[in-house]
Write a protein of this length. Structure first.
Length: 80
């Protein structure tokens, strides 16, 4: 018997089901020629944007927290 929400038989191997989804969705599985995760997120720019101006230990925490808040606000404005 098959589940009405999943047309693949419950006795079918999971690998076959996965292959069917990949084929149906035309999922990209080979990322060897694509940009890296770090390149896509521009991590070099983000991680070099913290420039504390004092030797205070907590200043980096302050900068990261406030930059993160600014990114969340940017996302909120984008979603409005």
């Amino acid at each position: 018997m098959t589940c009405p929400h999943n047309p693949v038989s419950a006795t079918a191997p999971a690998a076959h089901h996965t292959e069917a989804i990949v084929a149906e969705e035309k999922a990209q599985l080979d990322f060897s020629q694509s940009m890296s995760y770090g390149d896509y997120l521009q991590l070099d720019a983000i991680l070099s944007a913290q420039k504390p101006l004092s030797p205070a230990h907590d200043e980096l925490l302050f900068i990261v927290q406030h930059q993160t808040s600014e990114l969340w606000m940017k996302l909120m404005l984008h979603e409005l």
